[in-house]
Design a protein around this ligand. Structure first.
Ligand code: FRU
Length: 495
């Protein structure tokens, strides 16, 4: 009987699956692909969706438009993994084939419920592309077995009528679902009819009937006009709200990308929805990091993954038929007022060819035997001694390099792809305040074909960026203005 409440597979979905099948072999064999980051087989990808455990495996869905290297009506792409690193491609999970989602199946989340995989997502319609005020967004369900997903016949389960007073009807999206003490909750991104961004809390006992609880947080015109992709979870004694605000004023160091991401530490009142916030900080100070989402691993770690891309930028791999990657999944922890991020420990089993250089003391320029390449895990500790300036050049070729610099007087770490030949129009340089600990900087650097992820001071500060250098640019050089002492460990990463 329950099966009758689910829609069958549509022609539109079959068409997307067939299309991907017909294109994928050619694109998957390209060397112009990342090696240990998830990318779409073909076409366009944005936000991670439905990051969850189902039947003992990790599932990741994503905003997907297979037919072009540009955004289009959103499908849900789908992969799964046993270790967060090696992802197996599965057939496209959803296509926008219902009348309440003609503009796309927008972002959402997933949960395992009684042996079924439940997806909750936003149905987006845009009947008049010349006039955004016609846009409507509603919340929907689909149920599946890990491969095939069927939409609930009585979708939508949260309609625009169920928004609080003075809401904008055009922005109501990205449900993040969780269960606590047998009750389902979801947070949604939204805004008031006067463009004040909001996160809303809803609850349900059966996933089908939802009640509005209240406003978790609101920008009051001070912190952007729309908060996308909220996520809320409990970690190390705190409630953590993460979200992706649009329209936040730029500060000296923070919020330089068009859309930013933040974490808030505090406490959620489940009765009133009020989030008592103690701390708010930008999650990642790199050039390409957006729409992060988390899940809990089988052994209880909180893992975050994000879209390793900024909106509104050219994407140089479009010529190869695919664009954009996800970040490496990261283990989160809270220490004091800081959310730490660290690459999932599973990546360590893909390390090979260890090279270690202990206590290298130098001044000027230095290269280290065996320390070069494009697919690397590098761990270093730099003891500044006398130096005021320290630089690592990576992806160094004859006429190109990418520069990571620490300025001791300013306590600022910077990332610079202006000389990288990336060909990205727009922002190519960012700075991040990083205090030294006992006069030292610890840095971990994960480099894939087209990306650099930096984790400073054990993951207290991170910078994630794409870099589209020529593949032959693989030199690494260290520069210091006066004496420094450093330790460097390098591994190749091959998946
Ligand atoms: C964030 C976002 C979401 C939306 C999706 C559409 O990047 O704008 O708010 O659901 O992308 O693809």
């Amino acid at each position: 009987e329950k099966e009758q409440l689910l829609q069958g597979t549509s022609e539109k979905l079959q068409q997307a699956r067939d299309y991907v099948e017909s294109k994928k072999d050619e694109i998957l064999s390209l060397k112009e692909r990342n090696q240990f980051h998830h990318m779409p087989e073909v076409g366009w990808m944005n936000d991670p969706n439905g990051f969850s455990v189902y039947q003992g495996e990790y599932h990741l869905f994503y905003q997907y438009f297979p037919y072009d290297v540009k955004w289009g009506p959103m499908h849900w792409g789908h992969v799964k993994s046993r270790d967060f690193i090696k992802w197996e491609y599965l057939p496209v999970a959803m296509a926008p084939d219902q009348e309440y989602e003609t503009g796309g199946c927008f972002s959402g989340s997933a949960l395992e419920v009684d042996g079924k995989h439940v997806l909750m997502y936003t149905g987006h319609t845009n009947p008049n592309p010349d006039d955004e005020s016609w846009v409507r967004q509603v919340q929907c369900l689909a149920v599946g077995d890990g491969v095939n997903y069927h939409k609930y016949v009585n979708n939508p389960v949260i309609k625009t009528e169920e928004m609080p007073e003075h809401s904008s009807l055009t922005d109501f999206r990205d449900p993040k679902l969780w269960v606590k003490d047998g009750v389902y909750y979801c947070v949604l991104g939204s805004k008031s009819d006067e463009n004040s961004a909001r996160v809303l809390l809803y609850k349900s006992v059966d996933l089908v009937h939802w009640t509005y609880v209240g406003i978790v947080g609101e920008s009051n015109h001070e912190f952007g006009y729309m908060w996308e992709c909220p996520d809320l979870f409990h970690l190390d004694g705190q409630d953590v709200l993460i979200m992706s605000p649009q329209g936040v004023p730029v500060e000296e160091f923070r919020h330089k990308n068009t859309n930013t991401t933040v974490y808030c530490l505090g406490e959620l009142n489940y009765e009133t929805a009020h989030f008592e916030r103690r701390v708010m900080e930008e999650i990642d100070y790199g050039l390409d990091f957006y729409a992060p989402q988390t899940t809990e691993s089988l052994d209880g770690r909180r893992i975050m993954i994000a879209w390793m891309q900024s909106w509104h930028q050219n994407m140089p791999t479009d010529k190869y038929g695919w664009v954009t990657s996800m970040t490496i999944p990261r283990e989160l922890s809270i220490k004091g007022d800081v959310m730490y991020q660290w690459p999932v420990r599973e990546i360590e089993k893909y390390r090979s060819g260890h090279i270690g250089h202990e206590s290298v003391i130098f001044e000027g320029s230095k290269t280290l035997a065996g320390v070069k390449g494009r697919h690397l895990d590098l761990e270093m500790v730099i003891d500044f001694k006398e130096a005021k300036y320290f630089e690592i050049k990576v992806m160094k070729g004859e006429d190109q390099e990418t520069n990571i610099v620490y300025d001791v007087d300013r306590h600022v770490l910077s990332f610079d792809r202006r000389q990288s030949r990336s060909g990205i129009d727009g922002l190519n340089y960012r700075e991040m305040p990083v205090p030294l600990v006992d006069g030292k900087l610890s840095l971990r650097l994960l480099m894939d074909t087209y990306s650099v992820e930096l984790f400073a001071q054990e993951g207290a500060h991170t910078m994630t960026s794409t870099v589209y250098s020529d593949l032959c640019a693989e030199g690494i050089e260290f520069i210091a203005d006066r004496t420094v002492e450093m330790t460097v460990h390098k591994w190749e990463l091959n998946v």
